[in-house]
Design a protein around this ligand. Structure first.
Ligand SMILES: [Zn+2]
Length: 142
């Protein structure tokens, strides 16, 4: 599978908070050990109770499209050949309140709508800076 936005499209530098998201090949989110809130993207503090005891939990990899925006104007020259493309917000099954932002690979942008069920798929890639093996989460309508 070729990367959706090309092999040279950068992702954030890997760190202890985002590494599992970009490398594990599964959908994981943080859960606060103190108050039970799920949050994504992961941080060092719970956004609800400011606790610092946070664990990663694995989700099913399925969810629901909560929002979709179709981009027609490239905001970066590297995206010129990819317009139009859709950006979706996916509510994650098993992690109420946690949403992921991503792309839908198997539908034209105009055929994506709120409420569609989606599942995660993972794009194999190499991190351009470190050479680390990546499995970048993307989404497909089921
Ligand atoms: Zn908390």
């Amino acid at each position: 599978m070729a990367r959706h936005f090309g092999d040279d499209w950068l992702i954030p530098a890997l760190d202890p908070f985002n590494e599992s998201w970009f490398t594990a090949g599964k959908i994981t989110v943080q859960s606060c050990d103190d108050c039970g809130v799920f949050q994504h993207p992961p941080e060092d503090v719970c956004g609800s109770c400011q606790g610092t005891a946070l664990s990663f939990v694995e989700c099913s990899g399925e969810g629901t499209v909560e929002s979709v925006a179709v981009v027609h104007h490239p905001v970066h020259p590297g995206l010129s050949d990819h317009c139009p493309y859709a950006i979706v917000v996916v509510s994650l099954d098993g992690a109420p309140g946690a949403n992921a932002i991503g792309n839908i690979l198997n539908r034209d942008p105009g055929d994506i709508s709120i409420g569609q069920r989606v599942r995660a798929v993972f794009e194999p890639a190499k991190d351009a800076k470190t050479g680390a093996d990546l499995l970048i989460p993307q989404w497909e309508v089921v």
